[in-house]
Design a protein around this ligand. Structure first.
Ligand code: UD1
Ligand code: MG
Length: 465
């Protein structure tokens, strides 16, 4: 029976993408946090296919091997050199797959809006119709540039004609070929040697396989989807449009899952981001990479969060957070910068113009204004006054600052690392602290003198939550 046995996918990605006018190959251009090719491969993953092979140029192969951020999961790669058309690219892929495997899905690497459900439906129609080939199409008001689906008697699919090769009459057809096909592998392999390049582009077109199959009386059916999903990216305007559609889709999916997004038009969320229900995303916010926003958090307006976790009930406003963790009910901003390695525990407050880096801050501690906290380990219920700086760099190496629980750091304190401020200790305003301060002591002056027993005299508050 057709359609049974192994299933493989071939992603065509070796074209040079001249219309982008770029030194970077087309399928490596990023939208919504991933290269175009990454979106296509991500849509294939849930299908659980036996093999996925991407056909790429030697340059793409070189770039993906040398750039760690280009991770295409378990996909295999085959090299097409030179790019002689989509039909030639499929031939290269079948060689890599070792001949003619059961059923072969062919997808273009420049179609980042394709959905897994649609590809699944295409396989299903192919199986239920017992077809030799099943193609994905859409009706477009303006199909300029795309191949057109030519139908014959009883509206059966007859062939595909490329825009550059079409007659006036064919150009008037509105049904476009999405460049996505499921083929019986053997039938596909048997037709590839029959392709020729006597066409407007002088290339071997995979689209011609459809006409060849029909000429032999073999069954070809089409599955129609919406215009947005089938859009390919061939120039920078289409690249930007694809980004917008992906962004709209991410927002719609999240809103359906119980997330409030106040203005999806100005909210940019990568498809890799996880947001729990009952959180609120305010306008002009960018959520990127492996970011996770827990339930009840409020993020934005005007906030960028990259590869970070925002805890339940936390708020982050007018701020930038990178590779960091914000604990439950913590608050960040306005105008804070949390640099990589920041960990804020429950109820921490980081306020206006505070920068942190590689720093852990314990439950209930605060740095409400104007501070730099780098390479520091800060305990619970610590108050960091305005103007405080951990002087972590001595011109040669970075050093650590430790501030223990219940310490009180007054305004404009310079903590010259390595240095330790003991439990319940305090510093005076404007002090330059070069030596460790024992528990309960007060450090004052420039350089600071140590006075035993005059530490934090502020009444201790109960810790939150
Ligand atoms: C192709 C289809 C067209 C369809 C459109 C949908 C053909 C001949 N035409 O046109 O009917 O409407 O997609 O988006 O197939 N590629 C290779 N090797 C090559 C040439 C291309 O791997 O030698 C890859 C490209 O990187 C790209 C994909 O195949 O990802 C499609 O190629 P592209 O040049 O974008 O074809 P279109 O003109 O868009
Ligand atoms: Mg294209």
């Amino acid at each position: 029976m057709k359609g049974s046995g192994k299933r493989a996918a071939v992603v065509l990605a070796a074209g040079d993408g001249k219309r982008l006018r770029s030194s970077l190959p087309k399928v490596l251009h990023r939208v919504a946090g991933r290269p175009l090719l990454g979106h296509v491969i991500a849509a294939l993953e849930p299908l659980g296919l036996d093999r996925v092979v991407a056909v790429v140029s030697p340059r793409i192969d070189e770039l993906r091997k040398s750039d760690e951020s280009l991770d295409f999961g378990s996909a295999g790669f085959a090299i097409q050199d030179p790019p002689r058309g989509t039909g030639d690219a499929v031939r290269v892929a079948l060689e890599e797959l070792g001949g003619a495997p059961g059923t072969v899905l062919v997808v273009p690497g420049d179609a980042p809006l394709l959905r897994t459900e649609t590809l699944d439906a295409l396989f299903e129609l192919h199986r239920s119709a017992g077809a030799t080939a099943t193609l994905l199409t859409a009706d477009l008001d303006d199909p300029t540039g795309y191949g057109r689906v030519v139908r014959g008697v009883g509206s059966a699919v007859e062939r595909i004609v490329e825009h550059g090769d079409a007659t006036e009459e064919e150009l008037a057809l509105h049904e476009m070929n999405a460049g996505v096909y499921v083929f019986d592998g053997e039938a596909l392999a048997s037709m590839l040697p029959k392709l020729d390049d006597s066409n407007a582009q002088g290339e071997f077109y995979v689209t011609d396989v459809i006409g060849l199959l029909r000429a032999e009386g073999l069954g070809v059916v089409a599955y129609k989807t919406d215009a947005v999903e089938t859009s390919g990216v061939n120039d920078r305007a289409q690249l930007s449009a694809a980004g917008r559609f992906l962004q709209e889709r991410a927002c719609e999916d999240l809103m359906a899952g119980g997330v409030t997004i106040v203005d999806p038009q100005t909210t940019y969320i990568d498809p890799t981001v996880v947001i729990e229900s009952d959180s609120i995303i305010l306008p002009m916010t960018f959520l990127e990479g492996s970011t996770v926003i827990r339930s009840g958090a409020e993020v934005g307006p005007q906030t960028r969060i990259i590869d970070s976790e925002i805890g339940p009930g936390a708020t982050v406003t007018f701020s930038v957070v990178r590779h960091s963790t914000v604990g439950p009910a913590a608050s960040v901003g306005p105008y804070a910068s949390l640099r990589p390695g920041t960990v804020l525990e429950e109820g921490v407050h980081i306020g206006t113009f505070v920068e942190t880096k590689k720093t852990t801050i314990g439950r209930g501690s605060k740095a409400p204004h104007l501070a730099y906290l780098g390479d520091a380990e800060i305990g619970e219920n610590v108050n960091v006054g305005a103007g405080t700086i951990t002087c972590n760099w001595d011109g040669v190496a970075k050093h650590k600052t430790v501030i223990e629980d219940d310490a009180y750091i007054s305004s404009d304190t310079m903590l010259v690392a390595p240095v330790r401020i003991g439990k319940g200790a305090a510093t005076g305003a404007g002090s330059v602290v070069r030596d460790d301060v024992p528990d309960g002591a007060l450090a004052v002056g420039v350089p600071a003198r140590i006075i035993e027993g005059k530490g934090n005299r502020k009444k201790k508050k109960p810790s939150p939550g």
